[in-house]
Ligand binder design. Structure first.
Ligand SMILES: Nc1ncnc2c1ncn2[C@@H]1O[C@H](COP(=O)(O)OP(=O)(O)O)[C@@H](O)[C@H]1O
Ligand SMILES: O=C(CO)[C@@H](O)[C@H](O)COP(=O)(O)O
Length: 560
């Protein structure tokens, strides 16, 4: 029997371990999506691992947010089992790359490396069973954690202050960044740190499972640690020392360029699922860098990702121009994941989709009896029934301590600048969404982004499925908004990265850049055109929104 071309064509897999789910996308050599899979964490693991929205918030310290590391392992078991049950042709996969929610850390126990190396002898067992004793810390701190203020101060002092730390590592000290998390573990649980032989980011952790050995951290996701020097692209010794972990460079391993092939798939996956023996694994990276790859953004584009977190990012040719133009230390610079000479700038907002869901359900009295589709339809109707600019009402809803800016709580101001105690349900919905996008514009401008010369905005993430939300995004920025068919740009970007790394570093020695190698991928489509009258209203409201934030920041400091 001869196999048809489609059944022998190579496939490339992108895996995304984000906050609320593990997803996988396969593309063929023409970059066309052929398969998609997802394991939503709450649906699979809420009861067993006691998580909600993919995470655990400490009952005693609201700023401590973790995930049981073993749940992520169980999710990989579940994903691969689901792919097998749907007859996914594992044998056709030439290369896998992937991504993880940024900043989260995994602490492998002593002996875990040899357990990983021996996976193949246990291919009849699930990974979660084989690796149940392989972690020195059971609950991984993640990006939603903001409990490391003391460690942030130490990191900044170690190099001469926040400006110096931002110049070296791309960011002033941030509580969720992995350097502060590592320092906190050393200070509060030194026995667990002593029992740890290797530290991975969420991204390099998944790659480690796949190659059956410790995968290196890539430079782009490594930039979210406050430990990497962006110019040397290596760990900064003074910052490693400041964590007080004596052998941290050994525990971290050396960082590698993001397009590196980090190994060949473990024979465990060959025996258990039928992967080809020569399937290679490309370095995994952070989910925002991966989205940059999936959206294939260039200079002048801005991406707004509306996932669990909301993020906004830009391509940066160098770090100098940003240093000159920014008027704030808020925001981050990361090494670029697809061009080792370039960088990317990023703003992250913690109160993204989960805040939208909570305010929606509270204002409109929705509960588990309605489906998500019905709930978003009610949300859209509320937006449609209220005027652009909400008659001058501006508000912020920071359920959790926000990252940009550091503030917590809710505040609504009326057109006269006075606090408004209560809004109608419809006004509440509009003030939430308008406030979220005014916040993005305010901080993007402080970072040096020129809204009046905006080329185009590329939208991605779960909430980019919502046309009403994207219209407000277009109006607030006065820019056209484009979206890919595939809202999960992070997994898609990693499938593309897998194609590029395999062609470049494999036997083809294809020297084309990522941009050239992915030129044929489907372009994003125009989904919202700004209304100039609406943009004029938002131009007027920007300062009012800045006042809301300043008041909330002051209140948060006062109540601390
Ligand atoms: N139609 C919609 N309108 C607004 N938000 C939506 C819609 N569909 C999904 N979402 C939001 O998308 C979020 C998940 O986004 P996603 O990018 O998949 O998250 P993550 O990658 O962080 O796990 C959900 O929390 C949900 O609120
Ligand atoms: O902290 C950041 C970026 O700095 C977050 O964007 C995380 O990377 C989580 O991503 P999502 O799961 O929301 O996509």
């Amino acid at each position: 029997m001869t196999l048809s071309a489609s059944s022998t064509q190579p496939l490339f897999l992108g895996i995304d371990l984000s906050t609320q789910q593990l997803k996988a996308i396969a593309v063929d050599a023409d970059l066309t999506v052929t398969h998609e899979f997802a394991i939503p964490f709450d649906a699979h693991f809420a009861a067993e691992f006691k998580i909600k929205d993919g995470v655990q918030v400490s009952a005693t310290e609201a700023d401590v947010v973790t995930v049981p590391t073993l749940m992520w392992v169980a999710a990989l078991d579940a994903l691969l089992a689901s792919m097998r049950s749907q007859a996914f042709p594992f044998h056709r996969v030439k290369c896998i790359s992937g991504t993880g929610q940024q900043h989260g850390s995994v602490y492998w126990a002593k002996g875990a490396e040899s357990t990983l190396a021996g996976l193949e002898s246990s291919s009849n067992r699930e990974l979660r069973d084989i690796l149940s004793q392989s972690f020195a810390v059971q609950d991984s701190p993640i990006w939603m954690d903001s409990s490391t203020a003391a460690e942030c101060a130490v990191l900044e002092q170690a190099v001469g202050g926040p400006e110096k730390l931002a110049a070296i590592s791309g960011s002033r000290a941030y509580e969720r960044f992995t350097g502060a998390q590592i320092a906190k573990l050393q200070r509060t649980k030194p026995d667990q740190m002593a029992a740890c032989e290797r530290i991975s980011l969420v991204s390099s952790f998944v790659a480690s499972l796949l190659i059956g050995g410790y995968a290196p951290i890539d430079e782009s996701d490594g930039s979210g640690m406050n430990l990497l020097n962006l110019q040397t692209r290596n760990w900064e010794a003074r910052l490693l020392q400041a964590t007080q972990v004596s052998d941290l460079s050994v525990k971290l391993g050396a960082p590698v360029p993001s397009d590196t092939l980090v190994g060949t798939i473990s024979r465990y996956f060959v025996s258990r699922y039928g992967f080809a023996e020569d399937c290679v694994v490309g370095a995994f990276t952070g989910d925002n860098p991966a989205s940059l790859a999936g959206m294939r953004i260039g200079e002048g584009d801005m991406t707004v990702s509306l996932g669990t977190s909301d993020t906004l990012f830009l391509w940066l040719k160098d770090t100098q121009s940003l240093q000159q133009e920014r008027t704030t230390l808020d925001g981050h610079v990361f090494c670029n994941p697809v061009d080792t000479q370039s960088y990317m700038a990023l703003l992250c907002y913690k109160n993204g989709s989960l805040a939208r869901e909570r305010v929606r359900d509270r204002a409109l009295h929705l509960n588990s009896e309605q489906t998500q589709t019905q709930k978003w339809a009610a949300f859209d109707a509320a937006l449609a029934s209220t005027p652009v600019g909400n008659n001058g009402i501006v508000a912020a809803y920071f359920d959790q301590t926000e990252i940009t800016p550091s503030a917590r709580g809710e505040l609504r101001l009326g057109a006269d600048g006075n606090e408004v105690a209560a809004l109608s349900p419809e006004q509440e919905i509009r003030s939430l969404i308008e406030g979220q996008f005014l916040a993005k514009r305010l901080h993007a401008e402080r970072l040096g982004y020129n809204t009046s010369s905006a080329r185009r905005i590329l939208a991605t993430g779960g909430a980019s499925n919502n046309g009403a939300i994207l219209q407000i995004l277009a109006n607030v920025f006065g820019a056209r908004v484009y979206r890919l068919e595939q809202a999960n740009s992070a997994a898609l970007g990693c499938a593309f990265r897998a194609v590029h790394s395999w062609r470049k570093h494999g036997s083809l020695h294809d020297a084309r850049s990522f941009e050239q190698a992915t030129a044929q991928a489907e372009p994003p489509k125009l989904v919202a055109v700004p209304d100039p009258a609406a943009t004029a209203v938002y131009n007027q409201l920007l300062q009012a929104y800045a006042n809301v934030e300043s008041l909330l920041v002051a209140r948060t400091k006062r109540d601390a």
